[in-house]
Design a protein around this ligand. Structure first.
Ligand SMILES: NC(=O)c1ccc[n+]([C@@H]2O[C@H](COP(=O)([O-])OP(=O)(O)OC[C@H]3O[C@@H](n4cnc5c(N)ncnc54)[C@H](O)[C@@H]3O)[C@@H](O)[C@H]2O)c1
Length: 349
């Protein structure tokens, strides 16, 4: 650290880096972005120029070798998360990694190992945990307001919301909506449930709609939208069992002929339940069923996430979304794909 500022390197200067990570760091008084890296050097240089950032490079190895960096945000395509996080950890830099953690469980475990070996802070960008409403539900769960949470239902259905660019290219993404948006829904709900150990998963994936020409719909766009590859699923559903007897059902789609839901999570406990989207607590008061809606100002979850990352670096405490959490979620995601391929329930160890 220099002048009490945590010096940040951004790896991958595409859409999420420019729309979320960089603006969130710029809002912090104790952080300074000192380097950016992108396969496309022109893009890195353009971002460096715009935000007055000292270094712009085109290789991960070059970025992590820069001395005056304390921490990095990994914002590349999914297939470079492991390479970037491991290189940064081995160079002694703290890591905030975009979701999903990796392409597969072996990569995720190698990332966790590198973080532990080098004693750095490793945090997963599970952004939905940092929404104001999520924090209310988590606090209530921790103070036992829901009792035993034994069942949950989660998902994110988009009617026509397939991202444009590398997302549909399995070699760069590792999967479709399961790994892209299902990761948010499943992680968030698992977090609310108190992170029980998953033991098995059964799932189906579909690629029924694929590329479409529907007009008047908006989509997330990677900065390069010239990819013509579409070899991922476009929807999935399934069921996860946990060691404590609890279970979670989920449904996700990039494209489906049904209603758009946004990310939703319903948890069902022995004392009360809660839903995100719409945000409601389902309880009982004086013998009557009572629904209530906590009032919270919306907050930018990326700002909260990055604030938490910086605080963990300063205090040395383990991030709320740890490498261990990332590995467990990766096991669920890959379990979903394995189950769909095999056509039966698979064990998660
Ligand atoms: N938390 C969220 O809600 C959220 C939302 C959108 C995207 N994301 C995640 O953010 C990441 C990036 O998505 P995006 O939409 O910004 O994509 P993008 O394509 O716009 O940006 C990725 C950038 O990384 C660069 N890149 C790829 N491989 C690289 C490598 N090996 N070295 C250096 N640069 C490399 C690309 O050139 C590109 O500029 C993905 O992992 C995605 O899942 C998270």
């Amino acid at each position: 650290m220099k002048n009490d500022k945590i010096r940040i390197g951004i790896i991958g200067t595409g859409n999420i880096a420019q729309s979320a990570h960089i603006p969130a760091y710029l809002k912090q008084n104790d952080a300074e972005i000192v380097a950016v890296c992108d396969l496309k050097l022109d893009r890195a240089r353009e971002v460096a120029l715009k935000y007055d950032i000292k270094h712009a490079v085109d290789s991960i190895e070059e970025l992590v070798a820069i001395d005056d960096i304390d921490a990095v945000s990994v914002c590349t395509w999914n297939n470079a998360h492991a390479q970037a996080a491991i290189a940064a950890a081995n160079a002694g830099k703290h890591v905030l990694c975009e979701k999903p953690m990796a392409m597969n469980v072996a990569e995720a475990e190698a990332m966790k190992e590198a973080a532990e070996k080098n004693n750095i802070i490793f945090m997963m960008g599970f952004t939905n945990r940092f929404r104001a409403e999520s924090q209310v539900i988590k606090v209530m769960a921790e103070s036992d307001k829901f009792g035993d949470i034994y069942f949950a239902k989660t998902g994110w259905l988009r009617r026509r919301g397939t991202p444009l660019g590398w997302f549909t290219d399995l070699s760069k993404s590792g999967g479709g909506p399961v790994i892209d948006i299902g990761v948010h829904a499943i992680d968030l709900t698992w977090y609310f449930m108190g992170k029980p150990r998953p033991i098995s998963v059964t799932a189906c994936t579909y690629d029924k709609i694929g590329n479409y020409q529907t007009k008047g719909v908006s989509r997330w766009e990677a900065l390069d939208t010239d990819s013509l590859v579409f070899d991922t699923e476009d929807s999935a559903s399934g069921f996860i069992r946990f060691e404590n007897g609890a279970s979670m059902s989920f449904e996700v789609s990039w494209a489906i002929n049904g209603r758009d839901t946004g990310v939703f999570s319903h948890i069902f406990g022995t004392k009360a339940g809660a839903s995100l989207n719409p945000f409601t607590i389902y309880g009982e008061v004086e013998g009557y069923l009572m629904d209530s809606s906590p009032v919270v100002e919306p907050q930018d979850p990326f700002v909260n996430e990055i604030r938490h990352f910086l605080d963990c670096i300063k205090t040395g405490k383990e991030p709320l979304a740890s490498a261990s959490d990332g590995v467990i979620i990766q096991k669920i995601l890959n379990g979903i794909y394995d189950s769909a391929k095999l056509g039966k329930e698979v064990i998660i160890d």
